[in-house]
Design a protein. Structure first.
Length: 224
């Protein structure tokens, strides 16, 4: 009697086929997929439309890559460019001022102020050009702006004192020239202007006193 055949009563094991992973995007639905055996669907497949979608996606990715958020470095570069522009306009204004073109100089200083509104020198320089044109109110205002930015800027006090003296605001003008001497004790211009203002004030006081005395004198009656 022959021995039984090995594994005859057992069922052979079937190997499960490996599942193929899809390379399609996660948002792709089953309805958009086309079976490789569905020839009719392949015939209807629009190649140009599919390519245009891919092209649009690539453009979006490219835009995301090229867009860079604003950084402190960029802000610093912008500030430096504005300061350079302000400096250029200041120098240009100074050259125009030297040759007596005060209106043009004022325009240059205004452009500089627009680029760098915290530049005390630009306000004071524009005030000087305004003084030359006898626009004293505007000159006083510019000097006040300059002083607000830099309280130690002697030229701004000096030019405001000149504007105020021209408008006969002698007390305020004296205060400005005194501030100049606090900052620059040896400033000859401020000392000279102070002396002039004091002389004018004394002259005005003498006139007032003379007028009051004249009013107080009784009218003399002429005796016949």
């Amino acid at each position: 009697q022959l021995p039984p055949i090995r594994n005859r009563g057992t069922k052979p094991l079937k190997k499960e086929p490996k599942k193929l992973t899809s390379n399609l995007p996660a948002n792709t639905t089953d309805s958009t997929r086309i079976s490789s055996y569905d020839y009719r669907s392949w015939d209807k497949f629009n190649v140009d439309e599919a390519l245009s979608q891919v092209s649009d996606e690539e453009k979006e990715d490219a835009n995301h890559e090229t867009e860079e958020p604003a950084t402190e470095e960029n802000d610093q570069e912008s500030a430096e460019i504005l300061q350079q522009k302000a400096q250029f306009e200041k120098n240009k204004g100074n050259e125009l001022f030297k040759i007596g073109k005060y209106e043009e100089a004022i325009k240059c200083y205004a452009c500089g102020i627009e680029a760098d509104p915290w530049n005390a020198i630009l306000y004071a320089n524009r005030a000087m050009a305004l003084l030359k044109l006898k626009r004293y109110v505007e000159a006083e205002k510019d000097c006040t702006s300059s002083i607000a930015i830099d309280k130690s800027y002697a030229k701004a006090y000096s030019r405001r004192g000149t504007a105020r003296a021209a408008m006969k605001q002698f007390s305020d003008a004296m205060n400005d020239f005194q501030e100049v001497l606090k900052i620059e004790p040896g400033n000859k211009l401020a000392s000279s202007e102070l002396q002039k203002i004091r002389s004018k004030l004394n002259a005005n006081n003498d006139k007032k006193s003379a007028n009051e005395n004249q009013r107080q004198k009784p009218n003399k009656q002429i005796k016949e």
